[in-house]
Design a binder for this molecule. Structure first.
Ligand SMILES: Nc1ncnc2c1ncn2[C@@H]1O[C@H](COP(=O)(O)OP(=O)(O)O)[C@@H](O)[C@H]1O
Ligand SMILES: [Mg+2]
Length: 416
């Protein structure tokens, strides 16, 4: 290399410090050996599509950190190729490469003796931005991660909580607006409540930023919550399965994966399964204008003791008990639902609402239109249902919970 190539690269004004990088990451037969009999990663091949969040998950020592650090060349592979788009990272200047790849580690990895603003300003300054631009970028990033710049700018890392340090770590990694983020167990050192909040914030951030993210964790729940795709690794960096959370939980590819995701994978799947219209339970629907006798007649033929009250425009009014002792009008007997959820909500959320409000029917709406109800049985059926096979020959069970005894209980506990 010439002296010029070893000097600091010139300031780059483009969004991407390395020209023309978008962000498809391809690992092609990548291995890392430490000595003759120590294989950290073994011929790993996988591709992370542009704008997706891929989680590397597996037990401690399975090669997750090694894999991550080979992408930004903090570790050099023993064999194989790593491409960003079509460029072998080994052909890129490592310093410039790392400026186009944000890197977040546990505890944020902040410089302890530098203030928050200086930590966040690291890459913008390396890129040669002027003072004003750096300052406004720092404030913008702090706001992005939910920290008030006026309060936090001048603090030192030791003056922050674990969650705040982690947010600053994310802000710093986003400094030069890199297309790629590598995150190594970033939320591993914070308490469970803070961790959950940081996970939600990352989901929201990714909704707007669409970075290509490789996220490392040993926690399968975190993996299924965050990942568009999950790579499950076993010891020696062996790829056991690379697929969507739904497939990994619903169709573990190997005994290792089945064991790793655990016996409660059915419950875990509720987190990744959205409510679908076809699987909703359809109790009889009656108009609020009817008398109770008319409502019973309208619901005759159904074995349900309760009916959902829906107005002419298809909007949900509530529900009624169809028992013969109930007289008068539907309106006079109407019970409002305490909660309704939009179509597409996760079954896990619907289940949570069911428990919190102690009700058995959770009505599902799309805009103002009522679609049907989620019941304990529909949750059960969904958790047991296999996801469709990739070829499309799925074995979805019928919704089939119409006459299930569980649903004969009252939809809400106010029915007495
Ligand atoms: N510098 C090193 N020298 C020798 N072995 C190492 C080195 N770094 C990591 N390893 C080994 O490589 C394997 C994978 O490590 P690592 O990638 O850190 O795993 P993980 O992040 O999944 O916990 C482990 O068995 C670890 O002991
Ligand atoms: Mg690690």
């Amino acid at each position: 290399m010439t002296d010029a190539a070893n000097a600091l690269p010139p300031p780059v004004e483009s969004r991407l410090p390395v020209d023309n990088l978008s962000a498809v990451i391809t690992l092609d037969g990548v291995s890392k050996r430490y000595g003759a009999d120590s294989v950290a990663v073994d011929q790993l091949s996988l591709a992370v599509p542009d704008g997706e969040l891929c989680v590397l998950v597996g037990p401690s020592g399975c090669g997750k950190t090694t894999t991550l650090r080979m992408i930004n060349r903090l570790i050099e592979p023993t064999a194989g190729r790593i491409l960003i788009d079509d460029t072998n990272v080994l052909e890129l200047d490592p310093v410039r490469l790392r400026r186009s790849i944000g890197y977040v580690i546990q505890q944020g990895g902040l410089f302890p003796h530098r203030r928050v603003a200086d930590n966040v300003a690291t890459v913008p300054r390396l890129l040669g931005w002027d003072r004003a631009r750096v300052q406004s970028r720092v404030d913008e990033l702090l706001e992005l991660v939910g920290l008030d710049p006026a309060r936090y700018r001048r603090r030192f890392p030791h003056e922050l909580s674990g969650g705040e340090r982690q947010r600053v770590g994310v802000a710093r990694a986003l400094g030069g607006d890199p297309p790629i983020l590598l995150m190594d167990e970033p939320f591993g050192a914070v308490d469970p409540v803070t961790r959950q909040r940081l996970q939600q914030e990352l989901v929201q951030l990714q909704d707007t930023l669409h970075k290509t993210i490789v996220f490392v964790t040993h926690d399968i729940d975190e993996a299924t919550l965050l990942g568009d795709r999950i790579a499950v690794l076993s010891r020696g960096g062996v790829l056991e399965q690379y697929d969507t959370p739904e497939q990994v939980l619903g169709r573990p590819a190997t005994p290792f994966v089945a064991d790793f995701v655990g016996t409660d994978r059915g419950v875990r799947r509720l987190t990744v399964l959205p409510i679908e219209e076809a699987t909703l339970f359809q109790p009889p629907r009656v108009s609020p204008e009817l008398t109770m006798a008319e409502a019973r007649a309208a619901a005759a033929g159904s074995d349900s003791r309760w009916a959902v009250v829906v107005d002419e425009e298809g909007r949900l009014d509530g529900w009624i008990d169809l028992a013969p002792s109930r007289v008068g009008t539907v309106r006079g007997n109407l019970v409002r639902f305490e909660v309704a959820v939009p179509l597409g909500t996760s079954l896990r959320t619907a289940f949570g609402e069911m428990l919190q409000h102690d009700v058995r029917w959770i009505p599902v709406v799309e805009g103002s239109r009522y679609l049907g109800v989620v019941t304990p049985n529909s949750l059960h059926a969904a958790a047991r249902r296999s996801p469709p096979a990739p070829e499309g020959d799925g074995d979805r069970a019928a919704p089939g919970d119409r006459a299930a005894p569980g649903d004969r209980a009252a939809p809400g506990d106010r029915a007495g």
